[in-house]
Each structure stands twice: as C-alpha cells, then as structure tokens.
Write a new protein. Structure first.
Length: 325
C-alpha cells in the first residue's frame, strides 16, 4: 500500500533527509582514522593494541579511530614505513629505529630516506626479563641459579638475552639448560621437571601470574653492577606484582615505543599523545602492565619526537631531552 504525503510534508522530509545526510558526512569527515601496527594476534602486544584502541576511542569520543593490524614483528613494522602514507602508528624497540636510520642490521640492504621521517609519540610497556625459580624465598640473586635446571626457550628475545646473561656472568657451565620451548616452562616448573624458567614480557605477565598462583616462586633480582654490565635498560618489578614476591625485583628490559612518521599532522599526533597519557591510569586498572609506564621512559625514544607530541609534553610540563625535539 503506497503512502502519499502532501507537498509541504515532502519538502520537510527532503530537508530533514538532507540535514541528516549532511550531519553524517560531517561526522565521517571529522573522524580521524589511524592504522596501528603492533604484533601477531594472541600476543600481549596485540592485546595492548586492542586496549589502546579502545582507550583512544573513549578519550576522543570516537573522533580518532585506531584500526589494529596484525604484524609478524617489529622489523616488519619499521620496514613498512617505506610504503605507508598518512596516519601510520607502529610499535618497536628504539634500537631498531636507530638501525633503520643508520642503514644497519636488518636494514643494511633496504636503506630508505623514509626512515629519517620516523617520529616518536609515547612509550608502551617494555619487554621485561623474568627469571622465575621454584621456591618461597621471594627475591633471590643471580648466583642462586647455580646447579639449577633452567628452561630459557629458543629463538626469542628472551631466550637470546637469557643465554647472553648466563654467558656474561659465567653461569653457563654451572647450570643445566633444558631443551624445550618456553611455552612449556610453567607446567614443567610445576611438575618438578625444571628448577627455573626465563620469560620476557611486559609485567605482570600472565604465565608468571598463573605459576605464582599455583606454587611458591622466587624471582632473580640483579645488582646495580650486573645491570650495568648487561648494557640493558633497568626495570623494577614492584613488590607484590606476583604472589609470594613481596620485595622489589631489579631486572632489565627492552623498551618499546609507539612511533609514527612526519606524514601525521601535528593535531593528530598531539591528540594521540594527550589521550594516551590521560587514559593510562584507567587502562592500568583493567590491565596492570600499563601501570609500569612513566614519563621517564620518554628518554628511551630514539630519534625525534613528533612536533605534536612535543606540544603535549610542553603543555603538560613534562621535561623532554633537547635532542628529542
């Protein structure tokens, strides 16, 4: 059954439709879309991307939309700078940005002027070394690993660092290294097949939380001198982060930074940076790993900060090194 509207009603309906379409178009035009490239699905860093995307949406009332893209790792993230245009945000350890800018390491055969346009925004949770040992002491020393059966995994950053530390501190001949993937570490520790495992992830990391909930564990704390010898960034895991570990644990970490390029306009970089810091505490309530982020970590950023990020830090009274401007 067809419906007939009088002429004035048709005019009113047409006007209302035009207004609605105009508002929709204006809304779409006002929305800023940003691609966020982090890590492979199922990893802690991919989950962080999900949480950050939601925080940015809430903090900007939907004006900025982060679209999360899966990645095979930090090298790929940096490599894609060569082809990406517009609002591209990616995560990587700052050392890889330095390598890209210098044309070294994995970028030696793929040098590109676009790497010089990489700009920093803000830090995200660092990859933190955990030496997890069966026992109720809580906090122990590196020497306590002697004569222990340790699983360090293979092929990962954590495995490479663990081996480097065991060699650096002359422990390799004093421990037995298990030949297994790191994923089996918690179960192997619970079953008494090993005495310790090493894992690298942002804290609090789920596999250590689960292990500490089911058995007494201790964590290795390094001395100031040992941390200096590693050449890695210092990281404190606060006491109480894991059940049974009441004292602070001094360890090392690999900083991770959210970067963009000079293609991003200043206002968008400013909004992303401001919203991140304003929402950080709320994110930490839901996911404690955001609680470890401090403004001191800005010093870890390699290269220059984006001018939009600098604007926020200056407004907030956060000191940044002159060579980052």
């Amino acid at each position: 059954m067809s419906r007939h509207f009088p002429p004035f009603a048709r005019t009113l309906l047409a006007s209302a439709t035009a207004v609605l379409m105009g508002a929709t178009a204006l809304s779409a035009q006002a929305e800023t879309r940003v691609t966020y490239k982090s890590a492979s699905a199922g990893t802690a860093y991919y989950q962080m991307g999900v949480e950050l995307s939601e925080a940015i949406r809430q903090g900007t009332d939907g004006d900025v939309v982060l679209t999360l893209e899966e990645s095979q790792g930090s090298v790929q993230n940096v490599m894609e700078v060569m082809a990406r245009q517009g609002n591209y945000v990616f995560t990587t350890p700052p050392g890889l940005v330095e390598s890209a800018m210098a044309g070294e390491g994995p970028f030696a055969e793929r040098q590109n002027p676009r790497f010089q346009e990489i700009r920093g925004l803000f830090p995200i949770p660092a990859i933190t070394m955990h030496f997890v040992v069966a026992g109720d002491e809580g906090v122990i020393s590196l020497d306590d690993l002697e004569e222990k059966h340790i699983l360090i995994g293979r092929g990962t950053f954590g495995a490479r660092e663990a081996q480097r530390y065991l060699e650096l501190f002359e422990l390799m001949d004093k421990v037995q290294v298990a030949n297994a993937e790191i994923g089996s570490g918690p179960d192997a520790l619970k079953n008494g097949q090993i005495d310790a495992f090493v894992t690298a992830s942002s804290f609090p990391t789920p596999n250590v939380i689960e292990t500490a909930a089911s058995m007494p564990i201790s964590l290795v704390s390094l001395t100031d001198e040992q941390i200096e010898q590693t050449g890695a960034a210092r990281q404190t895991i606060p006491g109480g982060t894991y059940a049974g570990v009441e004292g602070d644990v001094q360890t090392t970490s690999l900083p991770v930074i959210a970067y963009t390029t000079s293609d991003m306009d200043d206002d968008t970089a400013y909004t992303l940076t401001r919203t991140f810091w304003e929402r950080r505490e709320a994110m930490a309530v839901e996911s404690p790993w955001w609680g470890g982020i401090t403004t001191d970590m800005i010093d870890n950023i390699a290269g220059s900060l984006h001018p939009g990020a600098v604007r926020y830090y200056d407004e907030a009274g956060i000191e940044i090194p002159d060579d980052r401007r």
